[in-house]
Design a protein around this ligand. Structure first.
Ligand SMILES: Nc1ncnc2c1ncn2[C@@H]1O[C@H](COP(=O)(O)OP(=O)(O)O)[C@@H](O)[C@H]1O
Ligand SMILES: [Mg+2]
Length: 263
């Protein structure tokens, strides 16, 4: 079971879209995938379900009110399972502030004795667990980085994102040093890419020349279908399989699996 955090402290860079569609594309290749929505805004949750009330969710999981098997729900994609998020999650930093090992809650849930169970008596694990992180670098993101084996960083090709990338790298180095020595970078993926935009091209080139193979070759193009999909409670892969972004997410999943094989 490989745990991958989808993180970038900047908001609106395509973390959730990448988490949802990469998970969906991998589930379509018969990998068992669990997506844990760690953002109080619950955007990944609304991309995968039309339900809104979840008494068992990622907040109750991190507060140890529920076990992992109690908070997992199926999605309309076979092999893709979800731990939904609710707005309560926004209070997690405050509620855990005085707790011991507050940064290891998710780690213990995922690596601990308790394994996800689909049916009583039947122990099932997942090939991949994706963690859709909120923006910022708060306690929830720290929990994700402590629990994860690898980080995928979605980024838009603009100047502020470039600055954010440097900050995220130093955060990951600090987490590696202090909490999770085997955390590694899986890759940077360019989202909302516009190949005809010179600034996009320039920044992509700069990042590639600095980070080389850490950058996924697959770039996700900007496409209005991606924005439309969540209002139907669907990942864009289900909403319009043939649009440029869906095809790119399928390519990204293939590239991800290729890298997994090589590593
Ligand atoms: N490839 C894309 N083309 C067009 N819009 C996109 C694309 N990727 C993401 N978006 C839109 O950009 C906004 C932010 O994306 P989101 O995945 O929610 O970012 P984050 O999780 O980092 O905040 C959303 O409205 C989403 O639909
Ligand atoms: Mg998000």
């Amino acid at each position: 079971m490989k745990i991958v955090a989808i993180a970038n402290q900047k908001g609106g860079v395509g973390k959730t879209t990448t988490a949802v569609n990469l998970s969906a594309a991998l589930a379509a290749t018969c990998r068992r995938v669990l997506l844990i929505d760690l953002d109080a805004q619950g955007n990944a949750t609304s991309c995968l379900t039309i339900k809104h009330q979840f008494s068992a969710n990622s907040y109750t999981l991190l507060m140890q009110q529920n076990t992992l098997s109690q908070v997992i729900i199926p999605t309309r994609i076979p092999d893709l399972f979800l731990v939904p998020a609710v707005p309560d999650l926004a209070a997690l930093d405050i509620e855990l502030a005085t707790q011991m090992e507050k940064e290891k809650r998710l780690h213990y849930v995922l690596k601990g004795e308790e394994r996800p169970k689909i049916q009583e008596g039947e122990k099932q694990t997942y090939d991949y667990v994706f963690l859709d992180c909120p923006p910022g670098l708060g306690l929830t993101v720290l929990n994700a980085l402590v629990a994860a084996d690898a980080v995928i960083v979605p980024m838009q090709c603009d100047f502020f994102s470039l600055q954010g990338l440097v900050q995220l790298f130093s955060t990951v180095q600090r987490v590696k040093k202090n909490f999770n020595s085997h955390l590694c970078f899986c890759g940077i993926v360019f989202t909302m890419f516009e190949p005809r935009n010179n600034l996009n091209l320039q920044i992509a080139q700069d990042v590639e020349s600095h980070f080389h193979d850490l950058v996924f070759k697959t770039k996700i193009p900007r496409n209005v279908r991606v924005r439309e999909a969540p209002s139907y409670g669907k990942p864009v892969l289900l909403y319009d399989l043939q649009c440029s972004s869906s095809l790119a997410y399928i390519d990204l999943a293939k590239e991800f699996l290729r890298r997994e094989k090589e590593s």
